[in-house]
Design a protein around this ligand. Sequence first.
Ligand SMILES: Cc1cc2nc3c(=O)[nH]c(=O)nc-3n(C[C@H](O)[C@H](O)[C@H](O)COP(=O)(O)OP(=O)(O)OC[C@H]3O[C@@H](n4cnc5c(N)ncnc54)[C@H](O)[C@@H]3O)c2cc1C
Length: 431
Amino acid sequence: MTGRLGVLDSMTWYRASISDIPKFAPLGGDIDVDVAVIGAGFTGLSAAIDLARGGKEVVVLEGGPVGWGASGRTGGQICTGYSPGMEKFIRVLGQEGAQQAFDIAEEAKRLIVERSETYGFDCDIRWGYLICANKPSQMPHLEEYLQELESFGYTGCRLIPKEQLEAEYLGTTVYHGASFDPGAGHLHPLKYVLGLAQAAEKEGAFVHEHTPVEHFEDGTVITLHTSRGRVRCRQLVLATNAYIDGLHPPIARRIMPVASYIIATEPLGEERARELIRHDEAVADANFVVDYFRLSSDHRLLFGGRCSYSGWHPKDLAGYMRPRMLRVFPQLEDVQIDFAWGGHIGITYNRLPDAGITGRHGNIRHAQGYSGQGVALAGMMGRLIAGDILGTDDRFELFTRIPHMPFPGGILARPAHTLGMLYYRLKDLIG
Ligand SMILES: Cc1cc2nc3c(=O)[nH]c(=O)nc-3n(C[C@H](O)[C@H](O)[C@H](O)COP(=O)(O)OP(=O)(O)OC[C@H]3O[C@@H](n4cnc5c(N)ncnc54)[C@H](O)[C@@H]3O)c2cc1C
């Protein structure tokens, strides 16, 4: 499974920055458990922690190493709310349901801190988040965005005019102002996902990496087949997100895997790094196709963005991304790019998360399609899945009420969607 993504699967700065990555043994034969979880990312591991804590016998099966999917290669930005904003939630769930969904997204941020404190792992959490306007016409949108947050009871954010942004926050003149959110931020995602895996084991779950599930048979007892053994379980959690491939076509059709790329510069030294982002915030721009960046703990700039809806990837990711970075920070012309990688984001048609209960016996749950905002949400959805299985929390049901349009015809319909996305990209450039 590893290497399947070719150029996207290059060494990440995250992996290179940890000297003692823990190993989790592959499955060693046939087993019976209460719950099997496929996918060791934020969703699956978070579900496993709470399920094991709730007394279930749980196994997590991961095709690559733990965190091999989006969770171990993401931009690591901890965002507030949901990627399309709250209006769509109001439309599909009503005001009360939307408020509940917003509160869950807030709890998602607190859950990261709770996990790291409960299980004693550090994942370099930093608070503070800027969304920058690429053109003056985006400032009113940012203002509306902050008003929307306030209407959901989220206060403390403010608008920052261009002059102040340049004088006090960022070492660039390309933006026309920003919004500042003190309650969002960034983290080291691989440290976080590995911390979750160790926490799941502490709670008694089995975590097996390098164990791809080839297929499974539905039933009151579900049987998962891997080359290393079979797993029989009464409940199955699909936490595979954009890496689901052919494992479950109806669920796979509800999301579109979109590639995003990240580069990491050589270490810049603290002083030079702080000239770029003075207070260590996470930064994103306000475009539909977002540029996002932040500093690493060893004072590199991690700069992400672009995206591919088509499955085509540039051979030279660093060369492809570097001009984007230089557009924002031309002063980095002399700086070397040490790492470049990519990964797949799971996007739904309406960009609202997709969660559901399927299977002939209603014993297969999934959560996916966080549409670029899963760093906090995925862990929370794992918690809600666990609560649903344990019967201790009924909030998973809220997300199962959100209707999702499958990408019709699967892969064949995707060129049409790619054209749709090109439209938004043009809008970013012109409008
Ligand atoms: C480049 C990039 C940047 C991003 N930036 C941000 C950001 O800044 N902020 C933000 O909030 N979100 C961001 N995201 C999105 C976020 O990372 C994801 O929403 C989140 O990590 C999803 O977690 P997950 O556990 O659901 O899925 P994943 O982490 O993708 O885990 C799914 C796992 O399932 C495994 N799997 C799949 N099929 C099988 C099988 N058959 N057998 C066994 N295992 C299998 C995969 O190997 C994979 O490890 C980014 C994503 C990418 C790719």
